[in-house]
Design a protein around this ligand. Sequence first.
Ligand code: BGC
Length: 254
Amino acid sequence: MSPAAPDRAFGIDIGGTGIKGGIVSLATGELIGDRFRIDTPQPATPKAVTKTAGQVAAHFDYRGPVGITFPGVVKHGTVLTAANVDPGWVGESLVDLTTPVMPGAVTVLNDADAAGLAEARFGAGRGRDGLVVMVTFGTGIGTALVHDGVLIPNAELGHIEVHGEDAEHRAAASAKDRKGLSWEQWAERADEYLQKLEALLSPELFIVGGGVSKKADKWVPRLHLKTELVVAQMLNNAGIAGAALAAVEGIEKS
Ligand code: BGC
């Protein structure tokens, strides 16, 4: 008899300011118990971040598969880009680094991909067919493409060019603060960016997440898209939940 499929897995979300972890129910995507967070060490070098991620994991009484998100391109366990984090990560195997400090087999994936997976399965995109595009507006712009529930990993669409600039430089949530933009001014930039994605991808649904999604009433009504757009539902826990899902289901053929 094959062993019963696990009903839970552990997710860790590595972000620029915090490293968060939690045990996730694979039936609902909800956390089982509390979430635990430690500030991201600065500088966020591979060694320092690995140590902190290990401390987050050690906080829990858990043994089993672990999913870990990273804010850059991650392919076959290795970090290929680090736009908003320590450049020392590029070329490092996040799987090899973290495995010794984790309570089980490690799967790693991009942060926006994890959020998109979780929202598509359990949150704002649940039950939706076709192409669902998740966009997270934070320090950078993260994007995830999920087609009929299947993730197409590492879509770095936050870096398309808009007015000769990297889109995330113009339209990330951090650009609003950095440039002192009003909600109206920032909404114009987000609108322009999302219209570009719409023209390129013709999705069925956009899901917008990131810190600014908590203030969606200030900017979402100012968008002019033909595509339906909904606000992320899982907020702070989408990354953790998506990481846990990936830990059990995998994200790439090995
Ligand atoms: C990175 C993406 C990441 C996004 C959100 C971008 O700068 O290139 O990989 O998903 O920021 O953290």
